[in-house]
Design a protein around this ligand. Structure first.
Ligand code: C5P
Length: 231
């Protein structure tokens, strides 16, 4: 059977990535972090000295990719990462989280040809998964990548809460700068896809007042209520 899809969109620092991972683990589902693919592509383009604003060249870079899946955690969950993460023998797992990449990634994610190719890759990864379900998280999953997913969630939080969380993950970071960076990146990304307002049928989860465990539970509740409706 095709895996059950749980589509989660939201801005940086909404808790989307860490909450999606924990929810997937509890559900025994895989997790597809689409932002990691955009980040890896920006990293690869910079590494190859390709102009990030050149749509054709950046899109062509994707052609040379495969993808890898790894099992982590107990119980094992499948984490799907683009194989570019290991391109040229570099492990860029940490490098793609660098603020330098966060600041440049919108330049590659704005290209329609890039988005079309990556979306095709995401859909193929999900279709080939043998897990009972996959959580896919990003910006346009509920609207473009998987608009027919049985579970679609938009996770948000206030900009101040998002900046505080991001700054908390980066020891020594200047909160004001982190807030300014988040606002600047969202402003660029939102020109390409609207991830601030839920599309019709999408469940809004605002995590501003929720702690981590409550946020994870909110996702699980939406998944379980969809499963009981379908049964
Ligand atoms: O989610 P994360 O912050 O890792 O995403 C990094 C960047 O990738 C975003 O700022 C955005 O430019 C791009 N992105 C996107 N569409 C997605 C996921 C990420 O454009 N589905």
């Amino acid at each position: 059977a095709a895996p059950i899809l749980v589509a989660i969109d939201g801005p940086a620092g909404s808790g989307k990535s860490s909450v999606s991972r924990a929810a997937a683990e509890q559900l025994g589902f895989g997790i597809l972090d689409t932002g990691a693919a955009y980040r890896a592509l920006a990293w690869a383009a910079l590494e190859s000295d390709i102009d990030l604003d050149d749509e054709v060249l950046v899109a062509e870079l994707i052609e040379s990719w495969g993808y890898v899946t790894t099992l982590v955690g107990e119980p094992a969950i499948e984490v799907v990462l683009p194989a570019a993460i290991g391109v040229k023998g570099h492990d860029v797992t940490d490098a793609i989280r660098d603020p330098a990449i966060s600041g440049q990634v919108s330049r590659v994610s704005k290209h329609p040809a890039v988005r079309d190719r990556l979306n095709e890759m995401f859909r193929r990864i999900v279709a080939e998964s043998e897990l009972p379900g996959v959580v896919i998280e990003g910006r346009d999953i509920t609207t473009v990548v998987a608009p027919d997913a049985p579970v679609r969630i938009l996770m948000t939080a206030s900009p101040e809460v998002r900046a505080a969380r991001r700054a908390g993950e980066m020891p020594g970071a200047d909160h004001g700068q982190v807030l300014a960076d988040i606002i600047a990146r969202d402003a660029k990304d939102v020109l390409v896809v609207d991830f601030m307002n839920p599309a019709p049928g999408v469940t809004l989860i605002d995590t501003s007042e929720l702690d981590f465990g409550q946020s994870v539970q909110a996702v699980i509740d939406v998944v379980q209520s969809a499963q009981s409706t379908a049964a």
